[in-house]
Design a protein around this ligand. Structure first.
Ligand code: IMP
Ligand code: MG
Length: 427
């Protein structure tokens, strides 16, 4: 992926999240000098398998598992300091050296206890099926220009003012939800005072650090969280997360110029999953969904919820390729389809008697349409040991060829299992 002229690479999810970005970032981080998270927060669940061990990271970039790689949390992230330090402590216990190579943008906004409470108690969050990590409320405060940023912790009096009005507003909102829970200013302040001592030493101007590193020739990986169809602008609004998950968000959220991005890798599952509510055009009936869920171990890494499952939707991924400017696709979990006697790709939607091949902005249309499928023969043999394209069964290669043609994007990786070595590189 990284080469002489490809120095800054974005990795995004090109479906509804959980595409396997954690594994791809882990593989690519081998050749990176920096790995940077640019949006979202502890709603993410990036699963990485090292040997027999499974590690799930919510807040820290997956690159941290590679010694020597520097990791940063960009200004576009809403940072949950509690999760951050739990994760750091866990990594240190596992023998990962974090000291001196993890940075946090001084401009990142903090997720405070009342954001999580509001997310948990708001009926609107339940209707969307959020992760309950306070993401929406934290971004609301950011956009309303009343958020608490990491750098504010240097000014306790200012933080106290922000927290006082935040708590006041939160309690009024909680009351309006009919909730009995309330927040105390002193509890929030005590937490912040305690965490500030650990957080401030990590605070840096991350955009400037990356700018300088790039100037010195560094390879920089920008790690997206969630998926393109959960983007607040381009996703299935309002069933989305509250940040720009697509590659445009990578520049803004890391604090670098859009023109510095050299490549954008879109990660897709060989099929489709979604957690939470909202349209999923290719959703399978429960018996088939259950089969795919079991084979793919499709349970949320953050919430443990069973994921909804469907066939690969080429309309969705071609749309994601356009809005992200994807230069390559990484297809993950091909092995999950190994036992199916036939497999389907969605090539368009029939709606009001007409065929549509472009993804619509209107969620109502998505609920009513009929997906049109192209069926291909399954391969019914294991792909888990394939390490070159030639090792894959003929039918699996045909499936990937059709996917590439329909999505109009070259495939640069195919992953055939959870382990680091179970991957085919095609570039
Ligand atoms: P929120 O980001 O917690 O506000 O949740 C909004 C929507 O995004 C819900 O449908 C969540 O299930 C979904 N979501 C958030 N984070 C992830 C993720 O990391 N993977 C998959 N879905 C996610
Ligand atoms: Mg995930």
């Amino acid at each position: 992926m990284f080469g002489e002229r490809t120095r800054t690479v974005v990795v995004v999810g090109a479906q509804w999240g959980d595409e396997g970005k954690g594994k791809l970032v882990d593989v690519l981080a081998e050749r990176a000098d920096w790995v940077v998270r640019y949006q979202g927060g502890a709603n993410a669940g990036h699963t990485v398998h090292v040997g027999d061990e499974q590690i799930v990271l919510h807040q820290i970039p997956s690159g941290i598992l590679h010694p020597g790689v520097r990791c940063a949390i960009g200004n576009g992230v809403v940072l949950d300091p509690d999760t951050l330090f739990d994760e750091i402590d866990e990594l240190v216990k596992d023998g990962v050296d974090v000291e001196g190579r993890l940075y946090v943008s001084d401009r990142a906004h903090l997720v405070l206890p009342y954001h999580k409470l509001l997310d948990a108690e708001n009926p609107a969050s339940k209707a969307i099926g959020t992760t309950g990590r306070g993401i929406g409320p934290a971004y609301e405060d950011k956009v309303a220009r009343r958020g608490v940023r990491v750098l504010d912790l240097r000014h306790p009096a200012r933080v106290r003012e922000l927290v006082e009005s935040g708590v006041h507003r939160a309690n009024a909102e909680l009351q309006s939800f009919g909730s009995k829970v309330r927040v105390e200013v002193d509890d929030v302040m005590a937490l912040l005072v305690r965490l500030a001592q650990r957080l401030l030493p990590l605070a840096e101007d991350v955009g400037l650090l990356i700018h300088r590193a790039r100037g010195a020739g560094a390879a920089v990986l920008l790690e997206g969280a969630q998926g393109s169809l959960l983007d607040v602008d381009h996703g299935t609004y309002p069933f989305v997360t509250s940040s720009n998950t697509t590659s445009g968000g990578a520049a803004v959220g890391a604090g670098i110029a859009p023109t510095t991005i050299d490549a954008v890798l879109g990660v897709v599952k060989a099929y489709t999953t979604r957690v939470g509510n909202g349209p999923l055009p290719t959703e399978l009936d429960e018996a088939m969904a259950e089969r795919m869920r079991k084979l793919g171990n499709e349970y949320g890494a953050t919430t443990g919820r069973p994921r909804r499952c469907g066939w690969f939707d080429a309309v969705v991924v071609r749309y994601a390729a356009r809005v992200n400017g994807l230069t390559g696709l990484a297809v993950t979990k091909l092995d999950v389809l190994d036992t199916f006697d036939r497999v389907a790709l969605c090539t368009g939607y029939t709606f009001n008697g007409e065929l549509h091949t472009e993804f619509p902005g209107d969620v109502a249309a998505l609920e009513e349409l009929e997906p049109r499928y192209e069926w291909l023969d399954g391969w019914q043999q294991s792909t888990a040991d394939a390490r070159r394209l030639e090792d894959l069964p003929h039918a699996a290669r045909l499936y990937l060829d059709r996917m590439r043609a329909l999505v109009e994007t070259p495939i640069t990786y195919v992953s055939v299992g959870t382990r680091r070595d179970q991957i085919i590189g095609l570039d």
